[in-house]
Design a protein around this ligand. Structure first.
Ligand code: NAD
Ligand code: DAU
Length: 355
């Protein structure tokens, strides 16, 4: 830990944000979590840290500039890690407006509050300050199934309302750096998975459906490829980017773990079959259903993480196999977390305009 000791994390009650808060508190930082608490948030994901004197929480909307200014003035963070966003591609197809509101307008509102705050800092604190924008590899569009990787130099070509809103927010972050001199770092990461993942995304949805013997929806033919990264590996990368990343630079983060969707679903089926066989002894692979494809479905994402490995010394610790096994074990052991979400918030109905 250097001159950055206190970090304000937006979206800290979400999947990655809560992993970041847990990691940073454990590393000895002071963490200020700012979250609106949308359907995707869960304060129960923060039970490990909520009693710590180094952790505090503010329920607030990043679109509320006055609230952002007040929290920054009160808490005096050394850096901001901005994760708050609407994140589910299928929901962005059904209702894009909230994605523009939070991901674009919210980011610009937060940038302006951060700029005013940063301008009021003195000397060393002003030099050390960073606005870290946490973004996605989806801003780069998609790759052919058989060649190519995304790097920091890949041109932007988003295809969904979600990725277009994230691409837009990335551009605004760079604009606040170029125009107003705000010290920024950006990171673009591939698909995360792990504990406390809201069960609308592929891996937790399939784990829970398979556990309960329900059908497993695979979009199209299941040939689309994602590059999977265990969430705690991402949290460590984000700490490094926020605290040691070079002002104005972006970092591509990924796990070098490309898998097509069908093979991910089959791996989950096989792992659950060996841990908790279905009562009738059937293979869970029989639950797989090929369903109508996602409109505008990106074929393949793949990240070359050489820059963050070389310059910041980061390495993914989990392989896809070890990370998936840990994730499945976590869902088996933590029904208290996911059962109320499935029963009260989202039961797994198809989203994304193709139902
Ligand atoms: P998530 O959907 O699990 O959580 C998002 C959090 O943001 C929630 O707690 C929600 O309440 C909060 N939030 C939403 N709107 C808000 C608002 N207006 N004001 C304040 N808080 C608000 O998301 P996640 O999967 O943890 O993703 C976090 C960030 O990482 C996002 O910016 C996402 O684009 C990026 N990202 C995600 C992945 C991934 O695989 N999940 C990969 C790369 C990048
Ligand atoms: O690449 C990073 C992105 O990864 C993040 O920016 C997003 O916030 C995050 O949601 C994720 O986007 P994806 O669209 O790749 O994730 P999702 O889990 O929705 O889908 C993963 C793949 O699985 C995708 O090819 C669509 C497919 N799929 C998804 C669901 C929910 C299915 O085949 N069946 C399903 O039921």
């Amino acid at each position: 830990m250097g001159r950055i000791n206190a970090l304000l994390v937006t979206g800290g009650a979400g999947f990655i944000g809560s992993a970041v808060c847990r990691h940073l508190v454990q590393q000895g930082y002071r963490v200020i979590n700012v979250d609106k608490l949308t359907y995707a948030a869960d304060l129960r994901s923060l039970q490990e840290v909520e009693g710590s004197e180094r952790y505090s929480f503010h329920q607030a909307d990043i679109c509320d500039g006055a609230a952002m200014a007040r929290i920054l003035a009160e808490e005096q963070p050394d850096a901001i890690m901005h994760l708050a966003a609407e994140t589910h591609v299928d929901r962005s197809i059904d209702g894009p407006a909230v994605f523009v509101e939070t991901n674009v307008i919210g980011t610009v509102t937060l940038l302006q509050a951060a700029l005013d705050y940063w301008r009021g800092l003195d000397g060393e604190r002003r030099d050390a300050f960073r606005f870290h924008h946490v973004s996605t590899d989806e801003v780069f569009g998609d790759l052919p199934l058989d060649q190519g990787v995304f790097t920091e130099e890949t041109p932007y070509a988003p295809s969904s309302p979600y990725s277009a809103s994230k691409a837009s927010s990335d551009h605004f972050v760079r604009a606040w750096h170029e125009t107003y001199g705000l010290p920024i770092v950006l990171s673009n990461c591939s698909n995360n998975y792990g504990p406390y993942h809201f069960p609308e995304k592929l891996i937790p949805l399939v784990v829970l459906n398979a556990l309960e013997g329900q059908e497993l929806p695979v979009y199209g033919q299941g040939i689309n490829v994602r590059d999977w990264l265990y969430v705690d590996d991402h949290a460590r990368a984000l700490e490094l980017v926020a605290t040691t990343g070079k002002n104005g630079e972006s970092y591509a983060i990924g796990g070098r773990s490309e898998r097509n969707n069908l093979s991910v679903v089959e791996s989950i089926c096989d792992a659950l079959d060996s841990k908790v066989p279905l009562p009738d002894g059937r293979s869970r692979r029989e639950l797989i259903r090929f369903v109508t494809d996602r409109p505008g479905h990106d074929r393949r994402y793949a990240i070359d993480p050489s820059k963050i490995e070389r310059e910041l010394g980061w390495r993914a610790e989990q392989t896809f196999e070890s990370g998936l096994a840990a994730t499945i074990d976590w869902y088996l052991a933590n029904e208290w977390w996911w059962r109320p979400i499935r029963e009260q918030r989202y039961a797994g109905k198809r989203l994304g305009g193709a139902s």
